[in-house]
Design a binder for this molecule. Sequence first.
Ligand code: FAD
Ligand code: DLZ
Ligand code: SF4
Length: 509
Amino acid sequence: MKTLRLILGDQLNPNHSWFKKTDNEIYYVLMEVKQETDYVLHHAQKILGIFAAMRDFKVFLTKHNHQVIYIKINDKANQHSFKSNLTALFKAHKIKKFEYQEPDEARLDEELKSFCSQINLPSKCVSTEHFFTSRQEVKEVFENKKQWLMESFYRYMRKKHQILMKDVNEPIGSKWNFDNENRKAWNGTPKTLKDARPKHNHSALWNEILKAKIQSFGKHNASQFLWPLNRQEALKHFDFFVKNVLVHFGDYQDAMHKDETRMFHSLISFALNTKMLSPHEVIRKVERSYHDNQISINTAEGFIRQILGWREYIRGYYWANISSLNNENYFNHQLPVPSWFWNGQTQMNCLQYSISQSLNEAYSHHIQRLMVIGNFSLLAGIHPQELHHWYLGIHIDAFEWVEMPNTIGMSQFADGGKLASKPYVSTANYINKMSNYCEGCHYSKNEKIGEKACPFNSLYWNFFSVNATKLAKNPRLGIVYKQLRDMNPDLLKNVLSQAHRYIQSIETL
Ligand code: FAD
Ligand code: DLZ
Ligand code: SF4
């Protein structure tokens, strides 16, 4: 039966069972559509990376004798929506059946479900065969439990998939989690390695994107594009990481530095989220490296936890909470995203470095996203949904299923603490401990009040003071509220008015 199979821009997995055999009756379609480029303002590298990887995937499929229809951004017949393009293709190719893989984003999931109910063709939705868990599994693990806890889900996953286990119920190293050993600052040693990713020249593709008049922001770096764009490149990149970089991942996971954009992070999120790499193979390789005595247990466990634990947990949380996630705003924060989030021009060094890095590279690592950008946004009172759109656009790895729970839940506590047990916020003290950003900053890391006082210091106490009714009973915040109660009342008054002045003048910080 003549069948049309849709492949989305984040479904570029050559090992999917769809491609195991060729069939004259099956057509695959990939399409570059404004529906997807324009639903949020995207970083230039995200659009470029997705299009280039989709085009590469088309070459792969064709080489393996599959029939592929590829709709380019400037094709005359392109109607720029999945539904319209598919309808036209059904007619032009006399299609009798439609199939697609589960979209990872609820918006598209609903759209394609409703489309299938309207067309007069049989249709089928199949698994992407990518994740360890089904969409519902995390929810089922927490059914009837009061609190969602990543740690208990993670232990369930370790046991279920027998990863880093001594025997059925006993973890290697006799501990499930070595997080306490992952907190070192970095002061220049061990040496970081030069970025070994291949450079692509995608200037021609960038010109096509310009011609299509797609709005974007950030540096496109089209002539020296660094992200792996197919499975071979992604595998090479990941193998290099495991062999040379991973050894330091665990120790320096939370470290930040002015001269180092990557530290010892893997940079595999784009390849993973577009499904060029599978989380199963990534985890098995890291586990093997531990068994071959190449890395310590704290490194292996720390890295595996990010993927087997956090990544799957975050996805399950997304599907379980999608109906409310779009409206969550626990603290009723209303400030718009400051204009300097779009150009990096702020006097706060930590934010200037982290945001500029995201604008230049479409990437910042976890601690920059959480403990610099997210930390400031929560303390200042930025609207969580607006911030979510900023995060969704700016990073090359950003897809709603993973970005939204991280922003709304983990970083902004806008769900009232369902995902995180306490807000991830800090004063300058933490940022100074984990980075060298405070050196040479316009603001003084040690001051709470005064013209040069670091904004984090007053905003921190203001946040806890203003939100006491919502947070004071949290058992993990007992010490914070004790410190607040013990603070000299005059000092507290000055700190709060300093914070208000900073919030009023957020555009010029
Ligand atoms: P590494 O530090 O090398 O970690 C390895 C892998 O672990 C990552 O590639 C990722 O797949 C996984 N991982 C680690 N932490 C998380 C997490 N919290 N949630 C899910 N997976 C995780 N990750 C995205 O993939 N897309 C996003 O859009 C995204 N947005 C985020 C927004 C905020 C506010 C925060 C706090 C975190 C966000 N993360 C996101 C999680 C994390 O920051 C990135 O996965 C990581 O920085 C990607 O870089 P890396 O590949 O070098 O990761
Ligand atoms: C992110 C993105 C962009 C920018 N462009 C396209 C596109 O033109 N065609 C496409 O199929 N996919 C694109 N994507 C990825 C989709 O937005 C992604 O598949 C959905 O968000 C589901 O996760
Ligand atoms: Fe950031 Fe404050 Fe340190 Fe400046 S002093 S880098 S604003 S934490």
